[in-house]
Design a binder for this molecule. Structure first.
Ligand SMILES: C[S@@+](CC[C@H](N)C(=O)[O-])C[C@H]1O[C@@H](n2cnc3c(N)ncnc32)[C@H](O)[C@@H]1O
Length: 256
């Protein structure tokens, strides 16, 4: 999808599921896609990632211990889906008093998060990442695991995150990458051929698991993503590859 930003005349970069014509239709297609796979999402996640996803969430949450253990920290897990990143944050916060909120625009995904999180102090909210229902400067930490890549406009997503973060608040975006070398070659075969076939078989839904490799291919490379974070107002953005770069964590701090 190529849409121009009328103010800056720059190309808008974001997720582009097949058939999407603009930002609205792309967001609608993404929401319907995740809603359609919600019943099997957790199972598929763990099977297709060989359970490495659990380690990625834990590793991400651990990086933000200083904030999570802070009394009264406000934390938002954006595009929380069925909540596994949110639970990893809760675990690291331990007995701390951090207020942790998971947000997603798929009701079906959130329903599963709420069931899994019953009996905890976690809260869930149905919201679009590009139009968050929070005041400026509200959160000390915002994470997003494997969700940011699905936004219809990455720059608008970064600006919205920066808006609701407090000065010196931090962002952590965990998402897929494309490993290079021989490892990358083998991985691409798995990601483009095996994963869509197994995903379609288990979920019973054609489409979402072909969209996954396409969306990763479309996602900016680390250098470009870091520049976009910088432009959105994050100081010293960094990227840490996980598992040979199959995934990686983008971090940044909102300028004080
Ligand atoms: C691949 S899932 C990731 C879920 C979870 N964070 C995890 O690590 O398993 C992506 C999630 O992002 C959500 N999402 C995509 N675009 C969104 C948007 N604009 N606003 C809110 N949620 C969005 C989808 O509904 C979906 O639940």
């Amino acid at each position: 999808m190529t849409v121009m930003n009328q103010d800056t005349n720059q190309r808008v970069i974001g997720a582009a599921p097949v058939g999407a014509r603009d930002r609205e239709s792309a967001a609608k297609a993404v929401r319907e896609m995740f809603t359609s796979i919600a019943p099997r999402y957790d199972l598929l996640n763990h099977v297709l990632s060989l359970n490495i996803d659990r380690w990625w969430w834990w590793r991400t949450a651990r990086k933000f211990d200083a904030i999570l253990k802070h009394p009264n920290a406000r934390v938002l897990d954006l595009c929380c889906g069925t909540g596994d990143m949110t639970f990893a944050l809760r675990q690291r916060a331990a007995s701390g008093t951090a207020q942790i909120l998971g947000a997603d625009f798929s009701h079906a995904m959130l329903q599963r998060a709420a069931v899994k999180g019953s009996g905890t102090t976690l809260r869930w909210i149905e919201a679009d990442a590009l139009q968050l229902p929070f005041p400026d400067g509200h959160f000390n930490l915002i994470t997003s695991a494997f969700g940011f890549r699905n936004l219809a406009d990455y720059d608008a997503g970064l600006l919205e995150i920066a808006r609701v973060l407090a000065p010196s608040g931090e962002v952590g975006i965990l998402d897929f990458g494309e490993p290079g070398g021989l490892m990358g070659y083998g991985y691409r075969i798995y990601f483009k051929k095996v994963l869509p076939a197994v995903g379609t078989m288990i979920s019973g839904v054609r489409g979402p698991y072909a969209y996954l490799p396409a969306s990763v291919e479309r996602f900016p490379a680390p250098n470009e993503m870091l520049e976009r974070m910088h432009q959105a107002g994050f100081s010293d953005p960094s990227w840490t590859p996980y598992t040979f770069g199959i995934a990686g964590l983008y971090r940044g701090m909102k300028k004080p």
